[in-house]
Ligand binder design. Structure first.
Ligand code: HEM
Length: 451
């Protein structure tokens, strides 16, 4: 592909590229097959990031996260190879607060078992970096990657490197006095990983389906559009369609609210993990025998001793294990309710593949049930339940990203229709159907009901 071609593709706005709306002619450009290697490469990167998150969770759950007490970004790639390397590392570990306060009974063999988790986590991080960098150079040299994709991958590399630094900042917080990492830093590290994953999955979807809407412009919900929506109708595959902008607005924005709540819930999950609050109150729905056992909060116990009233200040809602667990439980329930409602709405009303909504609904409901199981069983099997619940959170985030992408796409498609029918400027339905066919999402064109 020559530079001109690359530029042409760069200015394309997805499926529009295959149809010239003015003339109605097809350009013959099948973007799906042109970009397939890049799509596959990005899917593997997304998988590797998800694996990184899982190995990071295992590192924490097995108590291995503080076993390597130094940060050597380049030379640290090599594991200890000789007995003297091992002794050297073990000696360093022996001067750490974790060894001195919790693991004094550790022999070299026990140290090795926690070392490998942390080493694997760091090693995998480097491997992801290489796996992003080298194919990028290759695609770039062959001029087979569009400029916008290039920019995304470079951003991924830069933020991935930053994530390595944040990881070290987190570990460093557990190497002073108390052998526990700051739960705020742990949350930052986890949320950054999730941001990278979401960014990669979104890019995969854009590479696969195109970046923008169909039609001349993607109008935002406005009075004009609302008028157009209520007045207009058009046909798809010979069936009359009625476009109702207001309900499309609800689904996309409902998902945005859901995503905001999910981000808060993931952050609180990291707080629960970092404060080891999962070991408290293995009961559901009540915490022990109360709904909110304020008296169990350390600060309230102190207040009771001095006869003062207990005052759970705002700061404590992110720092006290009891309050943090309380928020995580009930925010989880709210998310489950909203998620199942949105999945139902999407599956029955949205012009997008039903499988997307079924997967989204299953992920949100499954994660809620898994959360309760984790709460009840964490004390007896922390690694198994902790890892499964964390993997469930990752799947839910991916399912939400995909659902939001499809809902926005369906909205853009309907908006193009609605505006065009009102103003007589947009391509007709048959042309839009053709535009969609090459990117494989026939649901847009064939679903009768419109969200
Ligand atoms: C429904 C949405 C939910 C999401 C997205 C979610 C997400 C998370 C995340 C990301 C973590 C941290 C995992 C880690 O860093 O390894 C976590 C931890 C935890 N969550 Fe949830 N959670 C949800 C619901 C619940 C519910 C309803 C409960 C209990 C009733 C619960 C109980 C726990 C417990 C006990 C932990 C600590 C596990 C550990 O220390 O590894 N979660 N959650």
């Amino acid at each position: 592909m020559d530079e001109n071609q690359t530029r042409t593709h760069a200015s394309d706005t997805g499926p529009r590229a295959s149809v010239d709306h003015a003339s109605g002619a097809h350009s013959g450009f099948d973007r799906r097959s042109v970009h397939r290697p890049i799509e596959r490469w990005l899917i593997v990167i997304a998988g590797l990031i998800a694996l990184m998150v899982l190995v990071g969770g295992m590192t924490r759950l097995t108590g291995s996260g503080l076993s390597i007490t130094e940060w050597r970004p380049v030379s640290g790639i090599l594991p200890p190879l000789t007995e003297s390397d091992w002794n050297d590392l073990f000696q360093k570990y022996q001067s750490s607060p974790q060894f001195q306060k919790e693991n004094q009974h550790f022999e070299l063999q026990a140290f090795k078992s926690i070392f490998w988790w942390e080493w694997a986590h760091r090693f995998l991080g480097r491997m992801v970096g290489f796996f992003v960098l080298f194919p990028l150079v290759l695609f770039w040299r062959r001029r087979s990657i569009e400029p916008w994709m290039r920019r995304r991958v470079i951003a991924l590399l830069a933020f991935g490197a930053l994530q390595g630094g944040i990881g070290w900042l987190m570990v460093a917080s557990g190497l002073v006095d108390i052998p526990r990492v700051s739960h705020y830093r742990l949350a930052l590290h986890l949320m950054m990983a999730y941001a990278l994953l979401t960014f990669t999955v979104w890019t995969v979807l854009e590479v696969r389906y195109g970046r923008r809407s169909y039609g001349a412009a993607e109008p935002r919900f406005s009075t004009q559009l609302a008028d157009a929506n209520t007045q207009s109708s058009h046909t798809i595959h010979g069936r009359p369609q009625r476009v109702t902008g207001r309900s499309r607005f609800t689904l996309v924005h409902g998902l945005c609210v859901f995503l905001a709540l999910l981000i808060a819930q993931l952050t609180y999950g990291a707080f629960v993990a970092g404060l080891r609050a999962g070991y408290l109150f293995p009961t559901f729905p009540k915490m022990g025998v109360e709904w909110l056992p304020l008296a169990s909060m350390p600060t309230c116990a102190e207040s009771a001793a001095t006869g003062r009233a207990c005052d759970p200040t705002l700061a404590l809602w992110t720092a006290d294990a009891v309050l943090v667990q309380f928020v995580h439980r009930w925010l989880g329930a709210a998310i489950a309710l909203l998620g199942v409602a949105l999945a139902f709405l999407g599956a029955t009303r949205a012009r997008s593949p039903r499988s997307v909504w079924i997967a989204f609904g299953a992920a949100v409901f499954g994660q809620f049930v898994l959360g309760i199981a984790t709460m009840l069983r964490f004390y007896t099997a922390p690694v198994a339940y902790g890892a499964a619940h964390q993997a469930g959170a990752t799947l839910l985030l991916v399912a939400t990203t995909i659902a939001l992408f499809h809902a926005r796409r369906a909205r853009a498609y309907d908006s193009a229709h609605a505006t065009g029918t009102a103003t007589g400027t947009a391509p007709d339905a048959a042309l839009l159907d053709k535009a969609i066919a090459p990117v494989g999402n026939r649901a847009l064109a064939t679903r009768g009901r419109v969200a």
